[in-house]
Design a binder for this molecule. Sequence first.
Ligand code: HEC
Length: 218
Amino acid sequence: MSDLSGNKIIGAALATALVIAGLGVGVPMLFPKAPPAKPGDVVAITAEAGGGAAAEVDTPPDWGTVLKTADVAAGEAKTSACKSCHMFDASGANNIGPGLYGVVGRKPGSHAGFAYSAGMTAFSGKQPVWDYQHIYEFLKGPQAYIDGTKMTYQGMKASQDRINVIAYLHTLGSSLPIPAPNPAAAAPAAAARWRRQSPSRAGRSSGPAAPPPPAAAG
Ligand code: HEC
């Protein structure tokens, strides 16, 4: 018995030594290589989802692509932040803010019976229609976007939240069609962002659905 125990102890010690030796070799091999493996991917995802630090880098979405994959129910849930001021039902009733039913595709500052600010009226002189992109920019920070607006809402930073809200608004009697997907149009902006992070990845498309950019030089 004691011989057997001794063998077991030696065996266990050898096994432990092997594991430690294995780690000793394996760890330095793993760590220097792991972080640079996909730096562009990690940074790009963080920039989309995080808001905050990524606030200035807000690449215009390809609406024909993002509206098809947007989470309409999540967007509707996010409008709880709007409901202290806005009604969303088809009656179009005004509250502190104008009724939002049908706002996608509507002329800014044009809803009947609502007294808009001078800032919103001036905006409607430059921008004939609330399209996806302009609502997206407005919701990020209304007062930074339209000087003098009465919409005293701090803004919705996360781009995916705004995309979901806009997808929900689109279901409410919108007159604006969803454009055909055009990922190539978004590619130059995405490529610029990648180039900033990692020169070797410049020009690569950022999504699995995106075909190779037509003008990409090998
Ligand atoms: C604190 C009240 C308040 C909150 C919260 C608020 N809004 Fe507004 N909103 C307003 C007011 C007031 C206006 C009119 C702005 C003006 O005349 O300058 C407005 C205008 C708008 C317009 C332009 C409508 C038009 O007819 O031109 C849109 C779109 C809009 N809001 C969307 C939203 C969404 C989406 C949310 C939630 C994420 C939201 N608002 C949250 C008060 C609010």
